[in-house]
Design a protein around this ligand. Structure first.
Ligand code: URA
Ligand code: URA
Length: 225
């Protein structure tokens, strides 16, 4: 059989393409989008992550919550505080640490020469557990990927884990908070300092001295470069 010329092949292709387009038109398709080049990937933002969470029902906490508490503060913060989960007041207004523990956290920040606007504040889980019980394993598993993505966007230099629950969960280490605190650890490659939860300090003001020691270590590390 005679070999087809380039031109014959080209004409065949053109003819087939035309037939496909006519068929599509008959099906009601009257516009085609032809990306000639891959768009460059846009870096993820906190807004993207919030949008993806939407009206999150990935775990059972979604049903009982009032407002999802995504996190708040400086999206380029060098210091991120991670608490346990929203309480009653946080669930009402959708902002982290707005109750009494939050006011104590603000005073700790003030002593560090910082304000809420300088740092980023969020929690291990974004929805209030009923009666403020500890978040369950499956609830953490559903929520932690979003915390990780937030941290990947913010790229803080230091994370402070507030309280036993945040510290033990993030470090996957059941050592008591009294022994975890005051020493540097790592969470996904970022320096992490566990310290007592401000709610614990409200009941045990004696712990403030240790928290202040921990925050001095944090300030030293932030000041180091
Ligand atoms: N306690 C927490 O752990 N997180 C909050 O957001 C408020 C109180
Ligand atoms: N128990 C907690 O849950 N958190 C603290 O910070 C201290 C004791």
């Amino acid at each position: 059989m005679m070999e087809q010329t380039r031109e014959q092949l080209y004409n065949q292709l053109l003819c087939q393409t035309g037939a496909i387009l006519e068929e599509l038109r008959a099906l009601g398709v009257d516009e085609l989008y032809l990306p000639l080049r891959q768009r460059p990937e846009r870096a993820e933002t906190l807004e993207d992550i919030r949008a993806e969470l939407g009206d999150c029902q990935r775990c059972a906490l979604g049903r009982g919550r009032n407002k999802l508490v995504f996190g708040a503060g400086n999206p380029a913060a060098r210091l991120v505080f991670v608490g346990e989960g929203p309480g009653r007041e946080e669930d009402q207004c959708g902002e982290p640490f707005v109750g009494e523990a939050g006011r104590l956290l603000e005073r700790i920040l003030f002593a560090m020469g910082l304000s809420r606007a300088d740092v980023y504040i969020c929690n291990v889980v974004k929805c209030r557990p009923p009666q403020n019980r500890n978040p369950r394993e499956e609830e953490i598993a559903a929520c932690e990927p979003f915390l990780l993505r937030q941290l990947a966007v913010i790229k803080p230099q230091v994370i402070v884990a507030l309280g036993r629950f945040a510290a033990q969960t993030l470090l996957n280490d059941q050592t008591p908070i009294s022994r975890l605190r005051g020493r540097w650890h790592s969470y996904q490659g970022t320096d992490l300092m566990p310290t007592f939860h401000p709610a614990y300090l409200l009941r045990n003001p004696g712990g403030k001295r240790e928290v202040w020691q921990d925050m001095q270590q944090v300030m030293q590390r932030l000041g180091a470069d």
